[in-house]
Design a protein around this ligand. Structure first.
Ligand code: HEM
Length: 352
């Protein structure tokens, strides 16, 4: 074994990586639970890859077969129902954790220098994670998923100049059809995975390069923060978190397996109560509450503009709040709470 290890180390040049990991420390303080969010997202991403590949072995992305192949996965393929359920629940858990990860970093101001690029790559990861959810929603091809995709892909249409083109590009034509299904499948299993791997590699590299942030008070008082060796202590604690999360996801997936509606009919009118996934509800409700017209502009166009501005604000946040790490940044803290309150209220409103 020793000879094999040395042979591999010589060929792969892994010695500096393991030396780095052995020396790496993780600060311990009252916010250190936030450090577990990033690795927990990785767990759910891993689950998505494994269960996604298993589903793709049986799923058929065609107008005729999509719904029937999902029905077969649920009723005929051994353990297919639980694999589908885990895939569906794990996507929700992953997006919830990405949001908690982002909000935690906003509150602790860990996006400030030198972690600006880490944050910006994170905003891309958030958008990609949500696009995974959006494209995956259509794949079972039932009446609700078809209608929700019609509504969702119609939104870019509101944007002047490029909007109509974006809608047509997403749909592969004027309307949502079998061509949209083919496109969404390719985005879901090919384009988005490639993008997430690429950006995640940059994100993780930057996290390693800059080390973990410490609380603002410690920065202010130039205090030395207690630290835990990454290997094996922190990894052991992370493994415990992973085991608990695995237990939770398995339990939820067994008890609450997702249903499947009847195959979508392109000619049928939209069913009652079209709703996107829970993480899009606050955006969906935002689009609804704008008045039909404000002066010469449609309310929907204003809502899309507002959402776009919030995403741009998020992306450029480290360039807007450029204060040094020891400053409190109360405005951003309040903005984070205000956003949380708004998103929560809009979600509940939409559900009601
Ligand atoms: C697929 C999604 C994501 C994955 C897998 C991921 C993964 C990670 C991991 C493993 C860490 C180190 C441990 C930790 O702090 O939790 C980390 C740190 C960080 N992430 Fe993410 N992340 C994702 C999304 C995001 C998003 C959406 C943002 C913000 C827009 C973000 C910004 C950051 C920052 C600034 C750090 C450094 C935190 C510090 O030093 O305290 N990440 N991420």
């Amino acid at each position: 074994m020793r000879k094999l290890r040395i042979w591999l180390e010589d060929r792969l040049g892994t010695v500096p990586i393991f030396t780095f990991l052995r020396k790496k420390d993780v600060p311990q303080h009252k916010h250190s639970f936030l450090y577990y969010t990033g690795s927990s997202i990785l767990l759910f991403l891993g689950i998505q890859i494994v269960t996604g590949i298993m589903l793709a072995l049986y799923y058929q992305p065609t107008l005729k077969e999509a719904n029937a192949s999902v029905a077969r996965i649920m009723t005929e393929v051994p353990l297919g129902w639980i694999i589908r359920s885990i895939h569906s629940w794990s996507s929700s858990f992953m997006i919830a954790l990405v949001m908690i990860h982002l909000l935690g970093i906003m509150l602790t101001k860990a996006y400030r220098s030198p972690r600006e690029a880490t944050w910006m790559s994170g905003v891309f990861l958030l958008v990609i994670s949500m696009l995974f959810g959006f494209t995956g929603y259509l794949l079972p091809w039932d009446d609700l998923s078809l209608s929700a995709t019609k509504v969702g892909t119609d939104i870019p249409n509101i944007i002047p100049v490029v909007g109509a083109w974006v809608t047509k590009f997403l749909r592969g034509g004027e309307d949502v059809t079998g061509d949209t299904l083919t496109r969404f499948f390719i985005f879901h299993v090919c384009v988005l995975p490639l993008m997430i791997f690429l950006i995640l590699a940059v994100h993780i590299f930057l996290v390693q390069k800059h080390g973990m942030s410490i609380p603002l008070e410690a920065e202010r008082k130039k205090e030395k923060v207690k630290a835990l060796p990454f290997w094996p202590n922190f990894v052991l604690r992370e493994s415990v978190a992973w085991m608990v999360l695995l237990g939770v996801i398995l339990t939820v997936a067994v008890i609450l397996a997702p249903s499947l509606g009847p195959g979508a009919d392109l000619m049928a009118p939209a069913p009652e109560g079209i709703k996107p996934e829970w993480y899009f509800l606050f955006l969906f409700q935002t689009l609804k509450i704008f008045p039909a017209k404000v002066f010469f502009v449609t309310g929907e166009a204003l809502a899309v503009l507002a959402i776009f501005l919030v995403v741009a604000f998020l992306f450029f946040l480290p360039l807007i709040d450029t204060r040094s790490l020891e400053k409190k940044g109360k405005i951003i803290t309040w903005l984070t709470y205000a956003f949380l309150f708004y998103a929560g209220a809009m979600t509940v409103w939409s559900l009601l």
